[in-house]
Design a protein around this ligand. Structure first.
Ligand SMILES: Nc1ncnc2c1ncn2[C@@H]1O[C@H](COP(=O)(O)OP(=O)(O)O)[C@@H](O)[C@H]1O
Ligand SMILES: [Mg+2]
Length: 390
């Protein structure tokens, strides 16, 4: 068991000739960027310490560099700069097989011609368990804990997605590595199985207490699985924090919009007094705790952030006037998709979402007034996106 330390990691890929050739015939945004510089920078100044036994989730939109970062740790790619430590071993110069790390891939990457038994045993025969008796004991132990013991004689193509996923997990577990890396291991499962397997992986990880870095683009997965979460965007870590801290105190507008579902609503407001936020459609007086942060923004426009669950329906003509466009009553709660009153209808009008208790009624076409729960609002610098501090 060991911690994992990523120290000032940078990764660039050389521009690919093939891509540059394509530019001439069919220019795309991506290839234009590729031709602008010699190398594509994919990860920049990544610093992350994962504690011994911790379940760390890396989350971010597709293309932000999550898989690349895992591949650097596993040794499937070389870092451009920086160091990777597992405990007191610097591993970034070691070949993958000497890193004592097991990776579970999104595609499972099982050997199709081998039985489940041999898929589990294959890696072991080259490790410290290499004596036949030990391999057999380890395979059966892992198969038992993942409830795949009845499947040991099957080939991968005779397995369901969920079963394949468990075999892939079992193969990683059997090696008893110092670190697990998992790259979107649930993304090929249907919603119900995904939720079940999510819980199972968390439970297994707690039992084994193996330091784990788990990659997903799904913020729900991140929130429910991680001891801590590192949010990435554009090859940069935006914030590292436990799930509820990310939700309550996002460091910037990106994190605020990415964590939470439905996402936070953002509105431009003018700071028109020491504690007054002015919008053409409404005005808010916010708690005194914001006074200091607002001083620097007097008369300027900043961004107000309100989560859908932090809104109350107001009796009349106070708060934010909204036109309800869609009502989704889910039983336990109701979601409203609205547009600001006075905004023209159209595809590019921002949707404002609210979550209200199921006993409050609203219909498409209604005009509602919603009042933010002021102790839960967020404010952001309009240029940098950085969250203002209370
Ligand atoms: N071998 C490679 N050569 C060039 N570019 C790559 C290579 N691998 C990944 N990339 C680029 O790096 C970026 C991040 O990719 P990836 O790490 O797969 O993102 P994620 O896993 O977050 O979706 C993407 O823009 C991708 O096109
Ligand atoms: Mg990926």
């Amino acid at each position: 068991m060991a911690n994992v330390v990523l120290e000032d990691i940078y990764k660039s890929f050389p521009a690919r000739n093939k891509q540059q050739k394509k530019v001439e015939s069919s220019p795309t945004v991506e290839s234009e960027q590729g031709s602008a510089t010699d190398a594509t920078s994919v990860l920049r100044r990544i610093n992350l310490t994962v504690a011994d036994s911790e379940f760390m989730v890396l989350v971010g939109p597709s293309g932000c560099g999550k898989s690349t970062l895992l591949r650097l740790i596993a040794g499937l790619e070389d870092v451009t700069a920086g160091n990777i430590w597992v405990g007191d071993r610097k591993i970034n110069t070691l070949p993958p097989k000497d890193r004592d790390i097991a990776m579970v891939f999104q595609s499972y990457a099982l050997y199709p011609h081998m039985t489940v038994y041999n898929n589990l045993a294959f890696g072991l025969r080259r490790t410290r368990f290499k004596r036949a008796k030990n391999v057999d004991r380890k395979v059966r132990e892992v198969a038992d804990s993942l409830q795949i013991d009845a499947l040991l004689d099957r080939k991968p193509k005779q397995l369901s997605g969920g079963q394949k996923q468990r075999v892939a997990l079992g193969r990683a577990m059997a090696r008893d590595p110092q670190v697990f890396l998992m790259d979107e291991p649930l993304s090929n499962l249907d919603a119900k199985l995904r939720a079940q397997t999510r819980a199972q992986i968390v439970k297994l990880q707690r039992q084994l207490a193996t330091t784990t870095i788990y990659v997903t683009h799904d913020q729900t997965e991140a929130m429910t699985m991680g001891d801590r979460i590192a949010v990435m965007d554009g090859g940069v870590i935006q914030q590292i924090a436990p799930p509820l801290e990310l939700y309550r105190s996002p460091a910037n507008r990106f994190v605020a919009g990415f964590i939470g579902s439905p996402p936070m609503n953002f509105l431009p407001v003018q700071v028109s007094g020491p504690l007054t936020l002015h919008h053409p459609q409404f005005q808010l007086t916010i708690p005194e705790a914001w006074g200091k942060a607002l001083q620097a923004y007097l008369d300027q426009t900043i961004t107000l952030g309100i989560r859908p669950e932090h809104l109350n329906i107001a009796p009349a003509s106070q708060g934010i006037p909204l036109q309800v466009e869609l009502v989704e009553a889910l039983g336990a709660e109701t979601y409203l998709s609205c547009v600001l009153e006075g905004n023209a209808q159209g595809a590019d009008v921002p949707i404002f979402q609210a979550r209200i208790p199921p006993d409050q009624s609203a219909q498409a076409g209604d005009t509602l007034f919603l009042v933010p729960k002021l102790e839960h609002i967020h404010l952001f610098d309009p240029q940098s996106g950085r969250a203002l501090a209370r």
